[in-house]
Design a protein around this ligand. Structure first.
Ligand code: SF4
Length: 444
């Protein structure tokens, strides 16, 4: 059997910051741009599969947010990872490379849910987690036996304790520096996958399972040390969808990383506010900010989001838990979604008021029916989509894609723009900073 040449692979992270397609929303976001781009980090999946590639194969890593792709370089293979809002551009990239005879493989959440669509544009699709499948695919490719689709057996997930340390060295290239400032303002690490909550709009439970899987503490320490080696002083972003699901494990981890002298951000849920010991450990280990998915402050919306109403059950503790987190010197960055089924025109002033009363900043988005989500299936059954699929370039989280139940599309768009103006302006942000300064004075 002939062995195929595989000396050089190019891994491409497609442009992410598309903002809105709708011109009036885009204009508003552009005006508030400096408050919205809270973090700017790299693809973790690409540098993880890079670490699973045999060392005799050269890897180039391109982040299209920061550099141009040279389509005329003759790579032996191009690998692209894309979320739904990036996928149209990813298909264009694939088309350009395939025109020049380069083999293209695609992974990421969109292709995992719509592999047949992706196969119209690429040669092979890797569905789901790459750790087990990427080495199999490379081996098959070299032996001219590659398949169209690589898929983890139904109901099985990767053993994260076997996941390698991502190739952080690939992010240190000189062209990522401009005026001595690296483009990424934080470096990602992932400790766990899986979430039991299965929210209607989210793909995490479907993609990674409901069981919380995690790396070992030793693995995590190794990865943090590698980040520190390449990016001393840089803030670390725990890219886990919900870092503190297993509180016992979290405490053990935080006690260990306390001595590493790092600063970090993470995503979690509001129940973290119930555990004073955990909050102290977060602060002591360098935790600066927690991104918390409140989603809504309306009970009916929250009941709809989870089958088991888990989010709804947290609602009565929102304010109390926010205050507890802040009292420990940790910033609460709230995430809110507009356009849920019980939202009417009052939702905008209610959410802005809630953020103001609780002194939090955050991100505001519009409910987005991603392919693979229960939300998209329900909206199709209810005949509420504004246009037929595919509308992937509009899955920006800032565009309205379906008829809201209790307001018009225009009311949702205008209310959203108004809420942005009220939350993201100099005066309001200065007030939030002042509030945190007062807290720091008390605890330091
Ligand atoms: S939105 Fe958060 S809590 Fe809900 S399923 Fe996704 S990761 Fe889990």
């Amino acid at each position: 059997m002939s062995i195929r040449k595989l000396n050089h692979i190019c891994l491409i992270g497609t442009k992410r910051y598309t903002w809105a397609i709708n011109p009036k929303i885009k204009k508003s976001l552009d005006e508030n741009n400096k408050f919205i781009k809270a973090y700017n980090t790299s693809s973790l999946s690409l540098i993880t599969i890079a670490a699973l590639t045999p060392p005799d194969i050269d890897i180039s890593y391109i982040d299209e947010d920061f550099e141009e792709i040279d389509f005329d370089i003759q790579y032996d293979m191009v690998g692209i990872s894309a979320m739904t809002q990036q996928v149209i551009r990813s298909y264009e990239i694939a088309k350009e490379f395939r025109k020049r005879g380069t083999y293209v493989v695609m992974g990421g959440i969109h292709a995992s849910f719509l592999p047949n669509e992706a196969l119209e544009w690429v040669d092979t699709v890797i569905m789901g987690e790459g750790e087990d499948l990427w080495p199999q695919f490379l081996e098959d490719f070299k032996n001219n036996k590659e398949k169209k689709i690589y898929k983890q057996p139904e109901g099985t997930f990767v053993d994260l304790t076997k996941s390698p340390t991502p190739r952080y060295d690939l992010l240190t290239r000189k062209d990522y520096f401009k005026n001595n400032k690296i483009f990424y303002n934080m470096i990602p690490i992932q400790v766990s996958r899986g979430c039991p909550h299965n929210c209607e709009f989210c793909l995490v439970t479907k993609c990674y399972g409901s069981k919380f899987r995690k790396k070992t503490i030793e693995q995590i320490i190794r990865e943090i040390k590698k980040i520190k080696e390449y990016f001393p002083g840089k803030v670390i972003l725990f890219a886990d969808d919900n870092l503190f699901i297993d509180k016992k494990f979290s405490k053990k981890l935080l006690k260990t990383i306390k001595d590493l002298n790092i600063r970090w951000w993470a995503q979690t849920d509001i129940s973290i506010g119930e555990d004073e010991e955990l909050l102290s450990l977060i602060y002591e280990s360098g935790g600066l900010l927690l991104l918390i998915g409140f989603e809504s402050i309306d009970p009916e919306n929250l009941k709809l989001i989870n089958i088991n109403s888990w989010k709804y059950k947290q609602l009565s503790n929102y304010s109390k838990n926010i205050e507890r987190i802040q009292k420990h010197g940790i910033i609460v960055f709230g995430s809110f979604i507009f356009g849920l089924d019980n939202d009417d025109k009052n939702v905008f002033k209610n959410v802005v008021g809630f953020m103001d009363e609780n002194n939090i900043t955050g991100q505001l988005t519009i409910a987005t029916p991603l392919p693979g989500s229960r939300l998209l299936e329900r909206l199709k059954r209810e005949d509420r989509l504004l246009e037929n699929e595919p509308f992937w370039d509009k899955c920006t989280f800032f565009d309205v894609l379906y008829k809201p139940k209790k307001m018009t599309v225009e009311e949702l768009e205008d209310g959203f723009i108004g809420a942005y103006k009220q939350v993201f302006n100099e005066k309001v942000q200065a007030k939030r900073v002042q509030y945190l300064k007062e807290i720091y004075k008390k605890i330091i």
